[in-house]
Design a protein around this ligand. Structure first.
Ligand SMILES: CC(C)(COP(=O)(O)OP(=O)(O)OC[C@H]1O[C@@H](n2cnc3c(N)ncnc32)[C@H](O)[C@@H]1OP(=O)(O)O)[C@@H](O)C(=O)NCCC(=O)NCCS
Length: 156
């Protein structure tokens, strides 16, 4: 059984092709069956962009003596239709490593990163985990719809 020991979270360096490939595979596997997340789109989406219309990914990696393996990922980007508005998206944890707190850590670290880098704004997420995101400081702003997902907002 896996545990979260030895797992580190940091920004995906898109200059490291092996990590980018593993990240695409993880996302593609986690969203299998969805025509929104083709390998072509994910490859494009993982390209880092700088402010103002920034986009970047945080990854959770497990280091063994032989290799570093990507076991979790979560994206954050600026909304292109409103200023000071950030979006959490494309979150996935490898099935072998779920329910160990990695998804939560990826949310916390992205929110912390936004708050440290942008002095005031709002963060949006679409999630079925209403109570979970309330604990992070989000409030529900739509009814739940597709697959129980609602839009949630955090203003800071
Ligand atoms: C959702 C997911 C990222 C959670 O990762 P995890 O490491 O297992 O999460 P944790 O161990 O930190 O926490 C477990 C709980 O928080 C939820 N959670 C944590 N991060 C989440 C996120 N970014 N989005 C939705 N739910 C999340 C988990 O579903 C789970 O809920 P429960 O306690 O009610 O069962 C993972 O289950 C996954 O990859 N699912 C498939 C892809 C997906 O649905 N992604 C989210 C939509 S973008």
């Amino acid at each position: 059984m896996s545990n979260s020991k030895g797992i580190e979270v940091g920004v995906l360096d898109t200059g490291e092709p092996e990590k980018v490939i593993q990240s695409i595979e993880l996302l593609h596997g986690s969203f299998a069956g969805s025509d929104r997340y083709t390998v072509a789109r994910l490859s494009e989406e993982l390209k880092q962009l700088d402010v103002p219309l920034y986009r970047q990914f945080f990854i959770a990696t497990l280091r063994t003596n032989k290799e570093e393996r990507v076991v979790g990922i979560g994206g954050v980007k600026a909304a292109d239709w409103a200023s000071n508005t950030h979006i959490l998206y494309l979150s996935a944890v490898h099935p072998e490593f779920r329910n160990l707190g990695i998804g939560k850590r990826l949310v916390k670290d992205r929110v912390h990163w936004i708050r440290s880098n942008f002095s005031g704004g709002r963060v949006l997420v679409s999630t079925p985990k209403i109570e979970r995101f309330k604990q992070f400081g989000f409030r529900q702003v739509t009814e739940s719809c597709h697959k129980g997902r609602a839009i949630m907002l955090m203003e800071y």
